[in-house]
Design a protein around this ligand. Structure first.
Ligand SMILES: CC(C)(COP(=O)(O)OP(=O)(O)OC[C@H]1O[C@@H](n2cnc3c(N)ncnc32)[C@H](O)[C@@H]1OP(=O)(O)O)[C@@H](O)C(=O)NCCC(=O)NCCS
Length: 205
């Protein structure tokens, strides 16, 4: 069974909060900050966001792609909201749960550059895991990243994922097939890292 469809978008999308981090439904007003995020070099380097990227693309993504994912159950994407360095709470990234077959989901995430490095994504992933396991009843989550994406790997490590090594030529990166790190997190796994930090340099392709 895929993730449940959400017939009444945006009304049925839950709001989840921990401290200063909230997961909520995406809104049209998020478009300018989504452009900043999607044109940031680190996002371009490590994600499959279209490049170049502009405001019209952000509006289409917010108005059609995100609602479509909720309605079909293919992807439950939450906007992350937290306080930016200018003191204003607003769009700060996206964390997603993608259908990966019965009882399984794939997590995917990207943070607005202005909020990185202070634990926002780790908190957002924790909220998403609770939603996946406790609300939807999933059994296991999988994480993939291009080999070398140490920031993403660190979030997965802090979130209690168990690393499985490198998958040769697994990810599509703008038409190029790239090697992937893979890790899984089971519902009954204890919170926190599974072992000492390892930046993956011993597992590069
Ligand atoms: C990966 C990403 C989401 C992390 O977001 P974040 O809010 O900074 O995450 P957190 O602050 O919760 O944790 C990140 C940790 O990784 C560290 N880190 C980030 N980039 C790093 C790098 N290149 N090398 C080593 N450590 C890095 C941070 O210092 C932080 O360390 P800490 O645990 O000691 O605090 C963000 O860097 C991002 O948006 N990257 C581009 C998109 C992307 O790669 N998405 C994932 C695709 S698989």
């Amino acid at each position: 069974m895929p993730l449940p469809g959400t017939p009444r978008f945006p009304d049925d999308v839950p709001t989840l909060t921990a401290g200063d981090v909230t997961l909520r439904v995406h809104r049209a007003e998020d478009a300018p900050d989504a452009v900043v995020q999607c044109t940031d070099p680190v996002s371009v380097r490590w994600t499959t966001v279209p490049h170049p990227y502009d405001l019209e693309m952000a509006k289409g993504w917010l108005g059609q792609v995100v609602p479509g994912g909720w309605e079909s159950g293919s992807e439950h994407a939450f906007a992350i909201e937290t306080t930016h360095p200018d003191g204003v709470r607003r769009f700060s990234g996206t964390v997603s749960l993608r259908d990966a077959g019965p009882g399984r989901g794939e997590i995917a995430f990207g943070a607005h550059p202005d909020v990185r490095g202070r634990g926002v994504m780790t908190t957002a992933v924790d909220l998403l895991m609770r939603y996946a396991f406790d609300t939807l009843g999933l059994r296991v989550l999988v994480w993939y990243a291009n080999v070398g994406n140490v920031g993403s790997r660190r979030v997965a490590w802090k979130s209690g994922f168990t690393f499985g090594g490198t998958m040769h030529a697994w990810l599509d990166h703008r038409g190029e097939t790239t090697d992937a790190w893979v890790a899984t997190r089971h519902r009954d796994d204890p919170a926190g890292p599974r072992g000492p930090w390892d930046d993956g340099s011993g597992q590069s392709a």
